[in-house]
Design a protein around this ligand. Structure first.
Ligand code: COA
Length: 322
């Protein structure tokens, strides 16, 4: 009997505070119109001072576990994607494990910037298929608002905070049909965070914030995502018309539209959260997926293509029968 993984439950969390383009226009030289037109973003959520990647992950995870009908103690692995960990070590996954009061389970972080969730899902799927885990909690959680320079108008407009989670469990049928991940370190200087988030005194101002050559990132993202959707379909012997939903990483509405066009998907089959969430890095795909499951758009049995692109560059896709 073949062994696959399937998504048994989903969850998401967005912090209460909302920062609109109008709020940002009071902080840097920009306008609501410029941001909306170039990115599709109108507002984003900003974590409160007491919140961390693990505290947000906990809320999203509890929802995913409840939705699946399982208990926290049924989980035998936690894989968490973040670029904004609570601490350098222990891993944020380990801190989440403690919050969920789970014992005797392995937990570790995956770091692949904005593609982190797809990488984490890929790792979790391999563990389940190989017979080394039965139920894996897969999470993306980010506090990007602490990684951006709020005086830099080229980056601060883009990012937001949040967490998304899925509970993946063993199944006789797919489930996760395939995952495809890739990276190319030649592009390391086009999008990066110089040093790990830590106390102000540890490093020079400017070392602590995301640096990005937005224009170059944009072009390479569009090209790469176009290729990866073709590769994913070919690997599964599927046609573009076989995909019910595209759940893309939410970096820029123009990148999303270009990928949808390549897939010949009308925009009403593309899950977009960017307008009210901005780019939540590794949380964006699970947050979008969770939203579309909860509002009834994505139904059991439908075929969903998830994709992401980000710093590294690192990119990936997952084809899922929900
Ligand atoms: N408000 C007003 N003007 C701004 C601005 C802002 N927030 N940010 C930049 N500008 C200005 C620039 O200074 C530039 O001015 P100039 O022509 O006088 O030099 C002009 O707008 C155009 O800048 P450019 O960088 O070419 O704009 P763009 O159309 O490429 O849009 C991004 C910028 C960042 C929105 C876009 O490049 C992008 O989204 N890139 C991908 C980023 C991404 O996805 N990152 C994460 C990947 S996971």
């Amino acid at each position: 009997m073949s062994r696959y993984s399937r998504i048994a439950g989903t969850g998401g969390y967005l912090p209460e505070t909302v920062r609109t383009n109008y709020d940002i226009a009071k902080m840097v030289d920009t306008t609501n119109e410029w941001i909306l037109e170039r990115t599709g973003i109108f507002s984003r959520h900003i974590a409160a001072a007491h919140e961390t990647a693990s505290s947000m992950a906990e809320i999203a995870s509890l929802q995913a576990i409840a939705e699946s009908g399982r208990n926290a103690e049924d989980i035998d692995l936690i894989v968490l994607a973040t670029s904004s960990p609570d601490r350098v070590f222990p891993s944020t996954a380990c801190l989440l494990q403690q919050r969920l009061n789970i014992r005797n389970c392995a937990s570790f972080d995956v770091q692949a910037a904005c593609s982190g969730f797809i990488f984490a899902l890929s790792v979790a799927d391999q563990y389940i298929r190989a017979g080394n885990a039965k139920r894996v909690l897969v999470v993306g959680s980010e506090i990007n608002s602490r990684l951006v320079d709020w005086t830099d108008r080229t980056t601060c407009i883009l990012f937001g905070d949040g967490a998304g989670a899925v509970l993946l469990e063993v199944s006789d049928e797919p489930g996760v049909m395939s995952t495809h991940i890739s990276s190319d370190g030649r592009y390391r200087d086009l999008l990066y965070l110089p040093s790990a988030p830590r106390e102000k005194s540890c490093c020079g101002v400017g070392e602590r914030y995301i640096k990005m050559q937005g224009n170059d990132v944009f072009k390479i993202a569009v090209n790469t995502l176009g290729k990866i959707v073709d590769e994913t379909l070919a690997a599964n012997h599927l046609e573009k018309s076989d995909i019910d939903w595209l759940v893309p990483h939410q970096a820029n509405i123009r990148i999303i539209t270009a990928t949808a066009k390549k897939l010949k998907m009308p925009m009403d089959r593309v899950v977009c959260t960017i307008e009210t969430q901005g780019n939540t890095s590794s949380a964006s795909v699970p947050l979008a997926f969770n939203q579309a499951v909860r509002d009834g758009r994505i139904q059991r049995g439908q075929t969903v293509l998830m994709e992401a692109f980000g710093g590294g560059f690192a990119w990936g896709s997952a084809l899922v029968r929900y």
